[in-house]
Design a protein around this ligand. Structure first.
Ligand code: NAD
Length: 496
C-alpha cells in the first residue's frame, strides 16, 4: 500500500498518524493517508509565512502566469486525476471528468486576476484630492473540503485565493485525499513558490488546529451543515473571516404544462448522478396535480430500474458505489424508515442485483412516491440515490413547501410558462435557481452559494465573491498641494 503524504512547502511529509483510504467499489483499503496534528499545521503556516512577502509583491499578471501553466498541467494529467477520484470516491470516470472540467474553469477565472484586482479611482474626489480603493490579500487562508468533489471543490477555493496574493492551506477530505496531493505537485511544476500552497491531510483535530492558528486569517469550508455551523462559530469567535457552505435538500417543481419526458430524463441524472452524493442533487420532485405525478413517477421509475451500476473506474456506467459502508447503511436506513412511515416505495435500491453481488458499497436508485413533509426522508439530507416525490395541488403550495424547508441551496422548476418561471425565480428562498435546468451550478464567473442552513457567512464561493472573500479593501486618499498651499488646521469634518 502506498501512503498519501502531506505536501508542505514543496516537500512530502509522511506524518506519524495514518488512516486507511478505501476503494468503495471493492471495500478494500488501498492506501493510507497521513493525519496532521497542530504541529503539522504549524509547519504549513511557517512555510506560508516565509513565502508570502515575495508572493504578495509579485505583480498579479505574473501570478496569473502560474495559473495558466497550472491549467495546462491539469488538462495534461486529467485522466490520472480522474482515476484517483473514481477509485477513492466511487463516482464514474465521466462524472469525475465533468467535475474536473468545472474545477478547471475556476483556474481559468483566476487567470484573469489582474483585471479582477483592478480597483476604483476617483480623480478630484475632493479639491485636489484623488481617491482610489484596491484589494489587498489577507495573508494565509485555509480551505476544508468534503469527500464528494475531491477535485472541483478545492479548485473553487485555492486558485483565486493564491492568485489574489495569499498563501493557502488545504485540508481535503480524509476519504478522498489523493487528488489534492497530486494537484499540489502540479502547482509546484507550474512554478508556484514553495510554501504558497500546502496540503495538510487530517480530520477534526487538524481542522481545529487550522481554525485556532492565529496566522490563518480566513476559512473556506464546504461540507455538512452541523460541521459548517461549528466551524463558522469557532472561526468567528477567533476573529476570522469564514464562509461555510453546508448541506442541502434540493427540490424540483414539476408543473402540469412541463415537457415531462425532458423533466424525467434530467431528473434521473440530477437525482442519481454521482449516487446522489452532490450538494446540488435533486432529492425531491414536487409534482403539481396527480396527473403530473402519475406520469412523472412512471417515467422516472422506468429509468431508475435500469441504471448501469458498477465500479466507477469502469467506463460507460451511470452510477458507482457510495463513499463508505457506514454511509451506504445510513442511506439504506432512510429507505427502511420511509417505507415504515408510509411512503410508496416505487423502486427499492436495496434490491438492485449489484448490492448482493459485490463487496463494494453499492445501492441502486430508489424512488419514493406520496412522501409527506413530516417524514424523515423528506426533512433530512440523505445524500444518496433516493428521490422523493411529493404531491401538491397548486404551484403556490409547492413554493410554500420549499420555502418552509431548512435548507436553501438550489431549486428548479420545469414548465413552459414564462410567467410562472419569473414568479418562481423571484419568490423561491434558495441561493441558486434553475428554470428547466436541474443542476443550476453557476459557471466560474458567477458565484456559488445557498441560503438558510446551506450557508453560514455572507459571501458565496468562487467567482466575483472569491475576490471579495480573499482580499480586504483599502481606500487611499491623496493630495499633493503646492508648497504655499498647505492648509491651516480645520476642526469641522471635511466635506467636498
Ligand atoms: P463533512 O462535514 O463530514 O466533512 C467535510 C470536511 O470537514 C472534511 O474535510 C472533514 O474531514 C471535516 N470534518 C468532518 N467532521 C468535522 C468536525 N467535527 N470538525 C471539523 N472538521 C470536520 O462532509 P462530507 O461528508 O465530507 O461531505 C458531504 C456533505 O457536504 C453533504 O452534507 C453535502 O451537502 C455537503 N456539501 C455541500 C456543498 C455546498 O456547496 N453547499 C458542496 C459539496 C458538499
Amino acid at each position: 500500500m502506498t501512503n498519501v503524504t502531506h505536501w508542505i512547502a514543496g516537500e512530502r511529509l509522511a506524518g506519524e498518524r495514518r488512516i486507511d483510504v478505501y476503494n468503495p467499489a471493492t471495500g478494500e483499503a488501498i492506501r493510507q493517508v497521513a493525519q496532521g496534528s497542530a504541529d503539522t499545521v504549524e509547519q504549513a503556516v511557517a512555510g506560508a509565512r516565509a513565502a508570502l512577502p515575495a508572493w504578495r509583491e509579485m505583480p498579479p499578471a505574473r501570478r496569473a502566469q502560474v495559473m495558466f501553466r497550472f491549467k495546462m498541467l491539469l488538462e495534461r494529467d486529467a485522466e490520472q486525476i480522474c482515476q484517483l477520484v473514481a477509485e477513492e470516491h466511487g463516482k464514474v470516470l465521466e462524472d469525475a471528468m465533468g467535475e474536473l472540467k468545472r474545477g478547471i474553469e475556476n483556474v481559468e477565472y483566476a487567470c484573469g486576476v489582474p483585471e479582477l484586482l483592478k480597483g476604483e479611482y476617483s480623480h478630484n474626489a475632493g479639491p485636489g484630492i484623488d481617491t482610489w480603493s484596491n484589494h489587498q490579500p489577507l495573508g494565509i487562508v485555509a480551505g476544508i473540503t468534503p469527500f464528494n468533489f475531491p477535485a472541483m471543490v478545492p479548485l473553487w477555493m485555492y486558485p483565486m485565493a493564491i492568485a489574489c496574493g495569499n498563501a493557502f492551506i488545504l485540508k481535503p477530505s480524509e476519504q478522498v485525499p489523493s487528488a489534492a496531493t497530486k494537484m499540489a505537485e502540479l502547482l509546484d511544476e507550474a512554478g508556484l513558490p514553495k510554501g504558497i500552497f500546502s496540503v495538510v491531510h487530517g480530520d477534526r483535530e487538524t481542522v481545529e488546529a487550522l481554525i485556532d492558528a492565529p496566522d490563518v486569517k480566513a476559512l473556506s469550508f464546504v461540507g455538512s451543515t452541523p460541521v459548517a455551523r461549528a466551524i463558522y462559530q469557532r472561526g468567528a469567535a477567533n476573529g476570522k473571516r469564514v464562509q461555510a457552505l453546508g448541506g442541502a435538500k434540493n427540490h424540483a417543481i414539476v408543473l402540469p404544462d412541463a415537457d415531462l419526458d425532458n423533466a424525467a430524463n434530467t431528473l434521473v441524472g440530477a437525482a442519481f448522478g454521482s449516487a446522489g452524493e452532490r450538494c446540488m442533487a435533486i432529492s425531491v420532485a414536487v409534482c403539481v396535480g396527480d396527473h403530473t405525478a402519475d406520469a412523472l413517477v412512471d417515467k422516472v421509475a422506468d429509468q431508475a430500474r435500469h441504471l448501469k451500476i458498477g465500479p466507477g473506474t469502469e467506463k460507460g456506467l451511470d452510477m458507482g458505489a457510495l463513499v463508505n459502508a457506514a454511509h451506504r447503511d445510513r442511506v439504506a436506513g432512510y429507505i427502511a424508515r420511509g417505507e415504515q412511515a408510509g411512503a410508496d416505495l416505487v423502486v427499492d435500491g436495496r434490491a438492485h442485483a449489484r448490492v448482493e453481488a459485490s463487496p463494494g458499497y453499492f445501492l441502486g436508485a430508489t424512488l419514493f412516491d406520496r412522501v409527506t413533509p413530516e417524514m424523515s426522508i423528506y426533512r433530512d439530507e440523505i445524500f444518496g440515490p433516493v428521490l422523493c416525490v411529493v404531491r401538491v395541488e397548486t404551484f403556490e403550495d409547492a413554493i410554500e413547501l420549499i420555502n418552509g424547508h431548512q435548507y436553501g441551496n438550489g431549486s428548479c422548476l420545469f414548465t413552459r410558462d414564462g410567467e410562472a418561471a419569473r414568479r418562481f425565480a423571484d419568490r423561491i428562498e434558495v441561493g441558486m435557481v434553475g428554470i428547466n435546468v436541474p443542476l443550476p451550478v453557476p459557471v466560474a464567473f458567477h458565484s456559488f452559494g445557498g441560503w438558510k442552513e446551506s450557508l453560514f457567512g455572507d459571501l458565496h464561493a468562487y467567482g466575483p465573491d472569491a475576490v471579495r472573500f480573499y482580499t480586504r479593501r483599502k481606500s487611499v486618499s491623496q493630495r499633493w498641494p503646492q508648497r504655499n498651499e498647505w492648509a491651516s488646521a480645520e476642526f469641522s469634518f471635511p466635506s467636498g
